[in-house]
Design a protein around this ligand. Structure first.
Ligand SMILES: NC(=O)c1ccc[n+]([C@@H]2O[C@H](COP(=O)([O-])OP(=O)(O)OC[C@H]3O[C@@H](n4cnc5c(N)ncnc54)[C@H](O)[C@@H]3O)[C@@H](O)[C@H]2O)c1
Length: 325
């Protein structure tokens, strides 16, 4: 695979915040496989030690249990770091509607602390997780950078504010920031448990355990489901992108569109389960109807080229859950 040849200096040091979470742990794994030094900063609030335990014996890996809402922790973690890949945040649109103050503190306050720490410690690049939720109520498809609508949740607001800080930190202080708007990521180690779990791992878990999955709305709502390895790739490409792309945000997705009913059927079929019908419940607040990304900007400016289409990603994810649930 091409990524082994990416032109990073061998002694590059990466800090992955939220590294014990779903996406963060996949980033850590890839970087370690490339032989780089990786620091993982995570407070284990939604992440899990078991997501990173397998790296513990690797001398290039350090785990820091810490909270990004504490600026001193952020500064200490950034010391000697070349690239920050900031993934730490609280996810879930519905949960953010229940606890907006908490989201403000962690997602905005924490990311601002990390940018400030990166600036103070002379970090080369700051790549951070944004979200497709910044498109809000815009019905335009595909979603294009610069064509955002009104926001629908506190979660989306936190991501938009982080993007504004990203722009400012580049303009004012020269910190090279790159915002990556992930679209419905899925893959190994995504948490299938709890009311706020994402739909793909939840369906897989429920079908494997003989439970009846719930679909909110009519199931015809659609998303650009993106396999996690594509997101890892985007993070690496952003670290190497030309400086002209700094201070901006980019759609990171595959560029396809699947409805919930379609993915339910695909998962049932792949698991060889027949005749289990989902239960339908009312649409949840803050949910958007359709989402599908135009990834031309990331392609052009970051050299992002997603390798895994939905079917390939789903096959890999299902195989992983079969072995690990
Ligand atoms: N999964 C998706 O589909 C998706 C879509 C769009 C954006 N994102 C963004 O991608 C990032 C990673 O999401 P994920 O799906 O891997 O979620 P996750 O919950 O698995 O990972 C987030 C990690 O951040 C850690 N964390 C939370 N608060 C922290 C704090 N105050 N200090 C230190 N660590 C903290 C958690 O313990 C967890 O390990 C998040 O910023 C999320 O908003 C995810």
């Amino acid at each position: 695979m091409g990524y082994q040849n990416l032109p990073f200096r061998e002694d590059s040091v990466f800090l992955v915040t939220g590294g014990a979470g779903f996406i963060g742990s996949n980033i850590c794994e890839r970087l370690l496989s490339m032989g780089h030094t990786v620091r993982c900063l995570d407070d284990l609030s939604t992440g899990k030690r078991e997501n990173v335990d397998m790296f513990a014996d690797n001398p290039s890996y350090t785990f820091i249990k810490g909270d990004i809402t504490d600026i001193e922790t952020c500064k200490a973690a950034c010391e000697g770091v070349d690239f920050v890949l900031n993934q730490a945040a609280w996810g879930s649109v519905p949960r953010s509607i229940e606890m907006p103050v908490y989201y403000e503190r962690v997602n905005i306050g924490g990311t601002l602390n990390m940018m400030e720490a990166a600036k103070t410690q002379g970090v080369k690049r700051f790549v951070y997780a944004s979200s497709s939720s910044v498109y809000g109520d815009s019905a335009e498809l595909p979603k294009r950078e610069g064509r955002e609508g009104d926001l629908l949740s506190p979660y989306a607001l936190t991501k938009r504010v982080c993007e504004e800080y990203g722009k400012l930190y580049f303009k004012l202080y020269g910190l090279e920031t790159y915002g990556l708007r992930y679209f419905n990521v899925f893959g190994k180690r995504q948490d299938p448990e709890g009311v706020y779990a994402a739909v793909i791992p939840k369906f897989i878990k429920q079908l494997l355990r003989g439970e009846t999955p719930v679909i909110y709305g009519d199931g015809k709502q659609s998303r650009d489901f993106t396999y996690v390895e594509n997101v890892v790739e985007a993070n690496l490409k952003a670290c190497l992108a030309p400086k002209e792309a700094a201070g901006q945000s980019f759609n990171i997705a595959y560029g396809g569109r699947e409805s919930l009913v379609d993915i339910y059927r695909s998962i049932s079929k792949a698991l060889g389960i027949d005749g289990v019908e989902p239960t339908f419940e009312p649409t949840r607040k803050g949910d958007i109807r359709h989402s599908n990304a135009d990834i031309a900007k990331a392609r052009e400016m970051l050299g992002y080229e997603p390798e895994y289409d939905f079917d390939k990603g789903l096959e890999l994810a299902i195989n992983w859950y079969k072995e690990n649930l």
